[in-house]
Write a protein that binds this ligand. Structure first.
Ligand SMILES: Nc1ncnc2c1ncn2[C@@H]1O[C@H](COP(=O)(O)OP(=O)(O)O)[C@@H](O)[C@H]1O
Ligand code: SF4
Ligand SMILES: [Mg+2]
Length: 358
């Protein structure tokens, strides 16, 4: 949501390297490993919004849950302000938990119907007793939070049923902000809301970020929303990030055939670019129990060649002259780099079926 255009070294709040997570699932009378995350690397800058997109089942929520420490990774490292949260214990762990919070998709299911809005928002104070001591401090903080999300102080006494969907999501956001976190993970935060209400909640999130400097990981299957609210974006396919870069770069000049197909399926993305031809995604998302060898997208890719089945592609990005070649350094500092895992990346917006409008 911030433009983050400065070239000064960026401060990362979160750095993830080669994160993997498998689940043991029963299949065909036995048990098998389902690799929900397979070597995820990403970073999130201070005050930045990183978008996470991909079809249902690609691992977005598993990544969110692992970053929240609700799942234990099999492999890889997570650094939050340089600290490994999985190594923390006791008070240090409690202090860390305050700093990363989550907002869930469904504001109807995620709020306890028997509690008032005030109780829901204040609940985290009970676990983190040192932050707001005494009822006066807590009630003051509650009023600040209600005001931040555009609710009235009298709303504190109402139960979730008395609110609309958009207002309920404001309660969820206020609760997530209660302990002044550094990172909010928003898992499809507006998908359950009507279009007009979506815009209001997205504007609120934008204002809160400007005001509080909080970082967001914004998970959504709605590409037009992602284009609108994120600074950088990571595209996931079957447990891997297959393309990442500054949002405009990824949307206007997709490198990975999968990203191009996603854009093509969402034609109203950008008034400046219009689809000249529709790329239709062939076939189904393969089962993560049995992912394709080599490039995981190869069973649906119109550019696939023999090497795609035998060798997983390394990340490739555009060189300074705009040409794309494997292993070439991408333009700009690492965190702004535009990279895709593909043996034969898309070479121009026209190849992705996108042409300038007009
Ligand atoms: N607790 C679990 N046990 C077994 N499989 C799971 C579990 N959680 C997620 N999965 C599987 O992991 C894959 C990724 O799921 P998920 O992270 O929910 O994807 P997304 O949020 O992108 O839709 C899916 O194949 C899903 O069925
Ligand atoms: S590596 Fe091959 S199969 Fe995979 S996306 Fe690129 S061209 Fe398609
Ligand atoms: Mg999900």
């Amino acid at each position: 949501m911030s433009t983050n255009e400065t070239q000064a070294p960026r401060q990362n709040v979160l750095e993830v390297q080669e994160l993997s997570k498998s689940f043991t699932v029963s299949a065909g009378g036995g048990s098998r490993q389902l690799k929900a995350l397979d070597g995820i690397s990403l970073s999130v800058g201070k005050g930045e919004t990183l978008g996470l997109v991909g079809e249902s089942g690609c691992g977005k929520s598993t990544l969110a849950r692992t970053l929240m420490m609700l799942e234990t990774p099999d492999d890889g490292t997570v650094r939050f302000d340089g600290q490994d949260p999985f190594a923390l214990k006791g008070k240090e762990l409690l202090a860390w938990r305050r700093r990363v919070q989550m907002v869930f998709q469904d504001p109807f299911a995620s709020l306890n119907a028997r509690m008032s809005a005030g109780q829901i928002i204040s609940e985290p104070f009970a676990t983190h007793k040192d932050l707001y001591r005494g009822s006066a401090a807590r009630s003051k903080r509650l009023n600040v939070l209600l005001d931040l999300v555009g609710l009235r102080s009298t709303d504190a006494y109402k139960t979730p049923q008395e609110f609309s969907g958009g207002q309920r999501q404001r309660i969820g956001i206020a609760r997530a902000l209660a302990l002044d976190p550094d990172l909010l993970i928003l898992d499809e935060p507006v998908s359950a809301l009507d279009l007009s209400v979506q815009a209001q909640v997205l504007n609120l999130l934008n204002e809160l970020q400007q005001q509080l400097g909080v970082s967001y990981i914004f998970i959504s299957h709605d590409l037009s929303v992602v284009r609108h609210v994120t600074d950088r974006v990571a595209v996931m396919y079957l447990g891997r990030i297959i393309e990442t870069g500054v949002t405009e770069d990824v949307f206007d000049r997709p490198l990975h055939p999968y990203t191009a197909a996603l854009m093509s399926a969402s034609p109203k993305l950008d008034p400046a670019m219009r689809p000249a031809k529709r790329i239709v995604l062939a076939g189904e998302l393969p089962s993560p129990l049995d992912p394709p060898s080599g490039c995981r997208f190869r069973t649906r890719c119109w550019k696939a060649e023999d090497i795609c089945a035998s060798r997983r592609p390394d990340a490739a990005g555009p060189a300074a002259d705009g040409s794309i070649s494997l292993g070439m350094p991408a333009i700009g500092p690492a965190e702004r780099a535009h990279m895709a895992e593909c043996h034969f990346p898309i070479s121009s917006p026209a190849e992705a079926g996108l042409v300038p409008a007009g």
